[in-house]
Each structure stands twice: as C-alpha cells, then as structure tokens.
Write a protein that binds this ligand. Sequence first.
Ligand SMILES: C[S@@+](CC[C@H](N)C(=O)[O-])C[C@H]1O[C@@H](n2cnc3c(N)ncnc32)[C@H](O)[C@@H]1O
Length: 241
Amino acid sequence: MTIDQEKLVLPKAESWQMFNAISPKYDQLNHLLSFGLDRGWRKSLVTWLPSRRDLRVLDLATGTGDVLITLLKKSFNIDSACGVDLAEEMLKIAQRKVREAQLSDRVSFQKGDAAQIPYPDESFDVVTMAFGIRNTPAPDKVLKEMLRVLKKGGRVIILEFSLPADPFLRGLQLFYLRRIVPLVGGMVSGNAQAYRYLNQTIETFPSGEAFYELLEDAGFQIVSSQALTFGSATIYKGDKV
Ligand SMILES: C[S@@+](CC[C@H](N)C(=O)[O-])C[C@H]1O[C@@H](n2cnc3c(N)ncnc32)[C@H](O)[C@@H]1O
C-alpha cells in the first residue's frame, strides 16, 4: 500500500506541533517501540564522523537531544554542537538532558526550521539529522540548506527509517508499523494519530536509491549509506567537496 502525501493523518508542516504534544513520552516510546534499537542506531552515527578534530556539528530536528548527547559522549573529535528544532517543548527536554550530562558548555539550542536554517553559510563541519527529514514537507529544500551551512569538505549524516528489502521482513515490519505501533503508541502517549503518522511517513519516504538522488541533486558528492537492523533504518552520508 502506498499513501499519497495528501492522505497523511497530519500535514508534515504541522508535525512539530504534534511532537510538542507528545514530548513528555517521546523518549520512553522511542525506546519501547524500537525495542531499544534506536540507541544503537544513533551510536552508529559516530562511525560516520570525519576523522579530523575540532568539529563543529549542527543537529537538525534535534528533538530531545539524543543525537547530540550520543555524539559528544562517544566522539573526541567534536568541539561544539548546535541543535535546531521547531518544537519548543522537545528543546526544553533536550536542554535539561544536556545539562544533566554536563555538556551545556559545548551545546546550544535554537528554535528554527530545517528548511531555513538560522545560521550563516559555511558555519559547520558536520550536519546530522535523525528521524527528522521524513517529517519535512520539502526534503530537497532541507538538503540544499544543509549544503549551504556546511563548510567546504563538510559532511551530512542522515539517519532515517526505511523498510527491509527482504519481502518477509518487510511484511513483518509493515504489520508492526500499521497495527502494533499506533496501538501501543496511542495507549502510552494518548495520541494514536501521532503513531499512525509515523507509519504513514515511513511508508512514503523515498529511501535507498531515491534518497541518493535527492542528495546528489542537492549537490552532495561521494554519497553512501549503511543499512541498520536488516534495513529497518538507514544512515546516509554525503560530502560537500
Ligand atoms: C522523530 S523526531 C526526531 C528527534 C531526534 N532527532 C531523535 O533522534 O530522536 C522529529 C523531530 O523533527 C522536528 N521537526 C519537524 N519538522 C521540522 C522542521 N521543519 N524543522 C526542524 N525540526 C522539525 C520535530 O519537532 C521533532 O522534534
């Protein structure tokens, strides 16, 4: 089954408001619904960081800050990092978690749109985005903005849900996404619509080769990817040369 963008239970442009609403339960449900796999997926991002030191990192759709906290804890190559998101309630949680992790002196947060990044050209060595680009109405615009704020020699690293190529595993994942996720997500967060939106956006997202094309059209080069957990999620990398 494919779902037209117009038939999503919520327009992508309004998704940040839904994230504000579910923010108190967001982390708990992430870990519960992914059986804790989301933590390992974010850790895998570290292996894609450039090997040079003193990196300045921007994390778009930073949400509750888990990508930045993971990167800063696991890599010695990062000097400082900024997180951008449209959902203020998610950012408040991110700020608290960064304080608790004693990383406040190296991390700042700003409310902003990934399609209009609130930083000047060539400000960062790395731009990351985990489970965010799927929620934006115009991913091509976001990718162009990422390219703009990256320094020459910089890198974009994107983590996003995908579907396994194996038909049996794909069927299993679709059953889980369509039937179980909205049920459990709805019960715990009180917002079943948010978790129907999740499966709809995963099913309609242009993953794999189609996403390579988007990256290359935006101007990224040396594009590559890594499938995680049989292809349930994918890390994409592109360089600004
Ligand atoms: C699924 S969460 C991902 C959060 C975090 N990156 C993680 O790994 O858990 C998606 C986030 O994208 C944010 N978002 C949606 N549209 C956005 C936009 N246009 N610009 C910036 N953030 C956006 C939402 O507010 C939400 O916090």
